[in-house]
Design a protein around this ligand. Structure first.
Ligand SMILES: C[S@@+](CC[C@H](N)C(=O)[O-])C[C@H]1O[C@@H](n2cnc3c(N)ncnc32)[C@H](O)[C@@H]1O
Length: 225
């Protein structure tokens, strides 16, 4: 993949544009706003409201800049929530670019410093980032993804189906959904007929949730017990 370049979004936070795919990493209506709404509030927050617990396992498809991880870690630390975060990323970004995103202004310093200094290590082994927060990144294509254990919440943050249809097939979705516990929550910023059909066929109850600014709806799916 080509190296993406920085682009400002409407809420003042930065995103990246990947010319080879022809898409941004986040919503142009607001990167931080989208991440908080879709993944943190509609995903993790929804799961914890239904299943209060002191620790949670999260799986993200597409770590990218790490924004979803950083906002999740910041929230978790303030709530005394332990987070084991596993992410898939086939095309890791250079650390210099991660540092330029400026996401330190939205989170605690210890998380930002831990993420930047231990980013490389997290590709090799489960890595302590900051109090209660562990990160492991699998550098592989989604099609080759395998892990031990199960997770509570999946953040599905692939580039849109129009640009990367192979990430949204029933087979690709099954590759990550097999690791979700019964009652676990899958969220994505997208909602299409194909996605809804695939998730139903994989044994999920699906729900149209209000979308982030600029999008009417998004998908939330709960794995049936
Ligand atoms: C929409 S961006 C993710 C944005 C990210 N969550 C963030 O907050 O910056 C999609 C990500 O999926 C990664 N990706 C693309 N194709 C992939 C594949 N086949 N397997 C795994 N990751 C892939 C890209 O490198 C990119 O980081």
């Amino acid at each position: 993949m080509q190296t993406p370049f920085l682009v400002p979004t409407a809420d003042g936070s930065l995103t990246l544009f990947q010319p080879e795919v022809g898409e941004h990493y986040h919503s142009k209506h607001g990167a931080v706003q989208e991440s908080k709404h879709v993944f943190l509030e509609s995903g993790l927050g929804y799961f914890l409201a239904k299943n209060p617990q002191p620790s949670v396992h999260i799986l993200e498809v597409g770590l990218g800049t790490g924004l979803n991880f950083l906002l999740t870690a910041d929230y978790a630390q303030k709530q005394n929530l332990q987070v084991d975060y596993c992410a898939i990323e086939a095309f890791p970004l250079p650390e210099i670019l991660l540092a330029q995103m400026g996401y330190n202004q939205y989170i605690q310093d210890a998380i930002w410093d831990g993420f930047l200094s231990k980013y490389q290590a997290a590709f090799t082994e489960t890595t302590f980032i900051s109090q209660g927060i562990n990160l492991k990144v699998e550098k592989c294509l989604l099609a080759d993804f395998v892990i031990d254990g199960q997770v509570d919440v999946i953040y599905f943050d692939a580039f849109a189906a129009i640009h990367q249809p192979e990430m949204w097939t029933t087979e690709a979705l099954e590759r990550v959904c097999r690791y979700l516990k019964p009652g676990g929550v899958f969220v994505s910023y997208a909602i299409t007929g194909n996605l809804k059909r695939s998730m139903k066929s994989l044994g999920f109850a699906i729900e149209k949730a209000p979308g982030a600014p600029g999008k009417r709806e998004m998908l939330r799916a709960v794995k049936l017990v």
